[in-house]
Ligand binder design. Sequence first.
Ligand code: NAP
Length: 334
Amino acid sequence: MDASTATAALTVHQIARPTGFPAPHHFRFVESTIPEPAPGTALVENLYWSVDPYHREMMDGDFELNTPLEGRTLGRVIDSRDSALPEGEIVFHRHGWRTHSVVRPDEARRLPHHEGVPLSAYLSILGGTGLTAYVALTRIAQLREGEDLFVSAAAGGVGTATGRLARLMGAGRLVGSAGTPAKVTYLKERVGYDDAFDYHAGPVAGLLAKAAPSGIDVYVDNVGGEHLGAAIGALRERGRVVRVGTVGQYNTPDAPPVRFNHADIVEKSIRMEGFLVSNHRNLQEELYEFAVPHLRSGRLAPDETVVEDFGRIVEAFLSMLRGGNTGKMIVKRI
Ligand code: NAP
């Protein structure tokens, strides 16, 4: 067994279904002894956890109550009963929301050793978050050089990754929306957006018209609702809407339906397409090939909010749902 200082394992359970925003009382931390790996498995001490908007969707039914939650995680193999998972190796797996996980080789992926790349990047720009942005731009939008983009939730994990990758791919004008003036500044000064606005400052259609006065070619939609309606209005002929997520509605399921001019879809030959990143895992290597050299050269950087201490994972998740993160929200073991 590899060196570890932990004497007990902690697991997070969901114990009640929320209506609207979840709160700490919907969760419970459960302490147990550190699990023993059976033959054909390995014990992983988790180091970094991803908390994601889709976990909120799962809280409505897919997460079983009073059972350890699942989520994307990086950890170190500390006790192995399978040669495919050597002790000391860093692996990615989905048995998150707990300090220790027992995994089979088919449930864990050994991380590549990219010199000079920080570990947390495999949950942000090189992980499912970066892959979502990469698929959105290359496969769904089929972005061409010089095209103008609008991105909502632009200061979040997918939004920052979309902006940075689009810039490297030769996008034209990049416009983002986010929930605070500080995020707007971050987008313009750090991520490479040409303009950005705080969507609380007025109707989104008016704010977008000011930031992108000659229109847009592509809208990467992380939010839905009013943002989606406004973007359809701003799209040029042969514009594309990439439906990535609907974070504006996960906690407000009774939100009014999106209003837009339906004739726009026909008259501007607009294409709207959604996707799930889980159906594009085959592009993981392609993302590494594209992004890792840029990460090494400094032309690309991960955007992350890192909350230290597994004991704060619920707090980090709830904070992310209310916009407490800039870049990908990640929890780190201390
Ligand atoms: P994130 O953007 O890092 O975090 C969520 C952000 O949503 C918050 O920081 C907050 O930022 C924003 N937000 C919350 N309520 C909002 C509202 N009412 N209106 C507008 N913005 C709101 O999360 P992420 O992991 O990168 O995910 C972004 C989106 O992509 C989500 O919709 C998620 O479900 C989706 N997603 C889809 C796939 C896929 O396979 N299709 C994969 C990953 C993620 P503000 O401060 O700006 O409000």
